[in-house]
Write a new protein. Structure first.
Length: 332
């Protein structure tokens, strides 16, 4: 019996030694085969492990870069500087990409009446499993802040019962999108400041009865857009951001203010002494910000003007100037 036990111990010891040797050889081989550029790239990446690049963390992204399955500019949190350094390691040129930011398509929040008294787990995911929504609008923000907690950069906050993104802090990592059970958060090009803050597909009367800032699909925005970049799709205004010029006319004309204008400062129109009083500017102004009698110099109502520039284009006398950059002040 003792001999059998001793033999078993020796056998197990030998087996362990063989397995250990195999693991050591495999580890050495993997260490040799592992591209040293992966480590160099990891040192440059921000280490957020947000998954916005589409790979499992920064390590997965670094490996994908070396394998040619990703591009340096795919790291949204790193931005242009990190992309340039990573491209240098790989011996590549950086392909420019328009920076994107997250935007929450809802501003209803506490303006919308509650539909249930919820006492469950305080996460949007848990609430969505039990109820279509905690408020009477079935399309709106649940309001428990799961996206706020998920953001690794502190770019979201709760405001009056709905989530709001801070453009300056957002890196476009998409972590918030992944956790929103209502699919309310979408990406927009950072330079595009005019956005639809509603996700309702209900008919106008039904939307108006539950939310004062919901899109009622009236089409006024589409009718007044000078570049025809808005259409009504399934009872909701949709902006083509590739065409949008940030003029802000749609936001100014929207009767429910479901289209928001995030331009920090807009230019204003000024009418000079060359004005002949022809009235062409009055006819084209979408917000009725110009007044004056025919034949006399017209004036701009400063508090109404949104600086869209339509009056300048219509003035044959060249009497109108726009103070400030056309469209909006560019971001740094």
């Amino acid at each position: 019996m003792t001999d059998v036990v001793l033999y078993s111990v020796i056998t197990l010891t030998a087996l362990g030694a063989v397995l250990g040797l195999g693991l050591a050889i495999a580890a050495r081989k993997l260490a040799v085969d592992r591209d040293e550029r992966i480590g160099l790239i990891l040192e440059e990446l921000p280490g957020a492990n947000c998954g916005g690049c589409g790979f499992p963390g920064c390590a997965g992204f670094a490996a994908a870069l070396v394998e040619g399955k990703a591009e340096p500019a795919d790291c949204a949190p790193g931005g242009a500087e990190v992309a340039a350094r990573v491209a240098g390691i790989l011996g590549q040129e950086v392909s420019e990409k328009t920076p994107m930011v997250a935007f929450v398509g809802c501003r209803g929040g506490e303006r919308v009446a509650p539909s249930v008294e919820y006492r469950g787990l305080r996460t949007c995911t848990a609430a969505a499993l039990l109820s279509e929504n905690l408020r009477v609008c079935p399309y709106g923000c649940i309001g428990l802040g799961t996206c706020v907690e998920a953001c690794p950069f502190g770019a979201l906050r709760m405001v009056d019962g709905y989530a709001e993104v801070d453009d300056a802090a957002c890196t476009g990592c998409r972590a918030c999108i992944a956790v929103c059970p209502k699919n309310l958060i979408y990406m927009v090009p950072r330079p595009q400041k005019v956005r639809v803050a509603c996700a309702s597909h209900g008919k106008g009367k039904a939307v108006k009865s539950v939310c004062p800032v919901g899109c009622i699909a009236c089409g006024i925005c589409a009718k007044n857009c000078p570049v025809e970049c808005i259409e009504i799709v399934d009872n909701l205004a949709v902006i083509d951001h590739d065409k949008c010029i940030n003029c802000g006319i749609c936001a100014a004309k929207c009767p429910t203010k479901s289209i928001v204008d995030k331009v920090t400062a807009r230019p204003r129109a000024f009418i000079g002494s060359e004005c002949t009083g022809c009235g062409s500017c009055i006819k084209v102004c979408p917000v009725k910000a110009i007044e004056g009698e025919e034949g006399l110099k017209h004036e701009v109502i400063a508090e109404k003007c949104i600086g869209c520039g339509l009056c300048k284009d219509a003035c044959e006398a060249g009497a109108i100037t726009i103070a400030g950059a056309l469209g909006h002040l560019p971001e740094e």
